[in-house]
Design a binder for this molecule. Structure first.
Ligand code: FDA
Length: 311
């Protein structure tokens, strides 16, 4: 399955950007902050909270990091001014993690302080496994220094996660649990779909069973959503201890069903000019995409007009 995804990812990178945009735009609010505000307002009206991601990762120098910090400051001010129900998600590499841990620390502190002034929460996304240790160290340092308005992401596909999650659950951290999107070798990550699912259920159990902390269950996999619903009932978990999270453009019907049932729901809203890498990852996950790329985009079948993936 992983090899298939890798092939589709490689093929998609050959597709011209304007064409990728046609298929990817369901996953992105747009290129501007106004686009993000419009989409968040719409989601809020539907009873969903949001978390905003200013698109971009793997920045090359301090100047680019400063631009991201500024973009997040502006986003925080906009959320407050417009009265939106939203927090923000940041990518540690956009904060400079790969340039140096000190730079990442300083820039993340700037964003956390700006958010804390307005009581806003900041989620640190998790990237590929080369950044797991440094991201968790950064997160735990910040928590240790009293920044309570931040949480982290844990990937169930990683073999190490069973240890990380116990530590995080014990300290009452806010954790977003995901399967993990990055392609990793077998020594690092489970390769089988069912093993990743089983690990997700185990991690969810550890999070929900802990007396403190917050579980953000981020998945569109209905099997896992159903497991979460059962666990929430079993543990009698109040809505102050958990939320579901889904990506913009993916399975809005499931999103609506969960909201109608009274579950807290947060939607991940990416916006900005750096949409290409994020979009490729989303398109690769779309079950219709592999055959779509082969048949339509690469010209092995009828025209692509009829085959735009459903959101
Ligand atoms: P799975 O991929 O099996 O999808 C389940 C079903 O959802 C599919 O069968 C399909 O019907 C539908 N679906 C999924 N993706 C689709 C798509 N693109 N288009 C159409 N249908 C689709 N990862 C990470 O490594 N670090 C992170 O910080 C985050 N952050 C994050 C935040 C939020 C809010 C979410 C929901 C997800 C992430 N992820 C992430 C991504 C996550 O790791 C994972 O890759 C995706 O959520 C897809 O996995 P599912 O659990 O949805 O299962």
């Amino acid at each position: 399955m992983r090899r298939g995804r890798r092939t589709v990812a490689k093929l998609l990178k050959l597709v011209p950007k304007p064409l990728v945009w046609r298929f990817a735009r369901v996953y992105i609010a747009g290129e501007t902050i106004e686009d993000a505000v419009r989409v968040i307002r719409g989601l809020n009206r539907q009873g969903c909270r949001a978390t905003v991601d200013v698109l971009g990762e793997d920045v090359a120098d301090e100047r680019e990091v400063a631009q991201f910090v500024d973009a997040y400051r502006t986003m925080i001010e906009t959320i407050v001014r417009e009265g939106l129900d939203s927090n923000i998600s940041i990518k540690p590499t956009a904060m400079g993690l790969k340039i140096g841990p000190d730079l990442a620390y300083r820039s993340t502190v700037e964003v956390l302080r700006a958010a804390a002034k307005h009581g806003l929460f900041v989620r640190m996304d998790m990237e590929d496994s080369s950044t797991t240790t440094t991201t968790l160290e950064l997160f735990e340092r910040l928590r240790g220094e009293g920044f309570t308005n931040t949480g982290v992401v844990i990937q169930s596909m990683l073999r190490r996660t069973i240890h990380d999650i116990r530590r995080l659950a014990e300290t009452g951290a806010s954790v977003r649990l995901v399967k993990g999107i990055y392609v990793e070798p077998r020594e690092v990550a489970y390769q089988e779909y069912d093993t990743v699912r089983l690990a997700f259920i185990n991690m969810m159990d550890i999070l929900m069973a802990s007396p403190a902390g917050y579980a953000a269950i981020a998945t569109h996999d209905e099997f896992l959503v159903e497991s979460a619903r059962r666990m929430i009932l079993r543990y009698g978990l109040p809505t102050s201890r958990y939320e579901f999270q889904m990506l913009l453009g993916v399975d809005p019907q499931l999103r609506r069903l969960l909201v109608a049932e009274g579950h807290p729901m947060r939607v991940y809203v990416p916006y900005g000019k750096g949409w290409h890498g994020y979009s490729i990852r989303r398109l690769v996950e779309n079950p219709k995409m592999a055959s779509h790329v082969a048949r339509n985009v690469l010209g092995f079948g009828p025209g692509h007009e009829a085959a735009v993936p459903a959101p």
